[in-house]
Design a protein around this ligand. Structure first.
Ligand code: CDT
Length: 305
């Protein structure tokens, strides 16, 4: 029979400097893509906001200055080389980026990820639903986290796409901490959730959590995988970026909840795994056979119904 093994590369990025150009970053992405191809990967997962530094750490008042961090087309002139090389290699990818678009007569900003297949086609798009941080300048913080200012909550929901021989979903960073993220995709039969993140180790409102950041990262992604019988691929932008230390911990997690590959650096690092999508089945058909065991009548508070 046909194999349902997807060779996946999780392409962690080290820091991206403020003055690094898109062209320079795209070169780093292409280098990782080629290494993944050499290892037989068919799908590479890059982090959240993978084309720039994590600019929500700064309060930016000037609209034109803010605009420079966003993509207005995908692919655009600077990202086309990534699409071209991926297509040439026959390898797909997940890419996180800041999206500036015109919709419903307004300029709108989203924290976005796309899924591109091995033919270079965008097969799915996701816009981050759970935006952490704050909307106003809070000078008491060591650094800002202004996602609530620079993005609006995603309006595409949590969709799944039939691609790479399986059912693929996407999420972005803070989404991974919320069980609803995985469950909404789990209810659609998701077999692999791709997610990129930028997570400062220091959380200014709750510094008592700092020492637990690695524990929490693994805890939420392993739980989401097991409770929905799905693979999870979590990919960091890591290291000290413009003075802020961001956690690594890039990992590939099986439907058992076990981590099968884990990055060990805070730089550009590729980890890979042969992900058998059929490993999802025994979870989806037994302990988490949703149609047999879920009790939605008791869950009304969650949806507000
Ligand atoms: N990028 C992102 O979503 N980061 C957040 C940092 C914590 S903000 C309180 C995260 O959940 O990892």
């Amino acid at each position: 029979g046909s194999t349902r093994i997807v060779a996946v590369g999780a392409a962690q990025l080290g820091p991206i400097a403020k003055d690094e150009t898109r062209a320079q970053v795209v070169e780093r992405l292409i280098a990782l893509l080629r290494r993944a191809h050499a290892r037989g990967c068919k799908l590479v997962v890059f982090p959240e906001l993978a084309l720039t530094t994590f600019y929500p750490r700064w309060y930016i008042e000037d609209e034109a200055e803010l605009d420079r961090w966003y993509e207005t087309e995908m692919p655009g002139p600077e990202t086309a080389p990534l699409f071209d090389e991926a297509k040439r290699l026959g390898i797909g990818f997940y890419l996180g980026y800041a999206e500036l678009t015109h919709e419903d007569g307004a300029r709108r900003r989203f924290n976005t990820a796309i899924l591109v297949d091995g033919d270079g086609r965008i097969v799915s798009k996701y816009r981050k639903v759970h935006l952490p941080g704050h909307a106003e300048h809070e000078p008491w913080r060591a650094f800002q986290h202004l996602e609530k200012r620079y993005f609006e909550p995603g309006n595409l929901g949590f969709r799944v796409a039939d691609a790479f021989g399986g059912r693929i979903g996407m999420a972005i960073c803070n989404d991974r901490r919320w069980p609803e993220t995985y469950r909404v995709m789990g209810l659609q039969g998701v077999e692999m959730v791709l997610l990129g993140y930028n997570t400062p180790i220091h959380n200014p409102p709750a510094p008592e959590h700092d020492a637990l950041s690695w524990h929490h990262n693994t805890l939420v992604m392993q739980s989401g995988a097991y409770q929905n019988g799905t693979w999870v691929v979590g990919v960091a932008k890591a290291g000290v970026e413009e003075g802020v230390h961001q956690m690594g911990g890039t990992q590939i997690i099986a439907p058992s909840g076990e981590t099968v590959a884990l990055a060990v650096t805070e730089g550009d690092e590729l980890i890979t795994a042969d992900c058998d999508l059929d490993l999802c089945r025994s979870y989806k058909e037994t302990v988490f056979a949703f149609h047999k065991h879920r009790q939605p009548h008791a869950y009304g508070l969650i949806t507000g119904t």
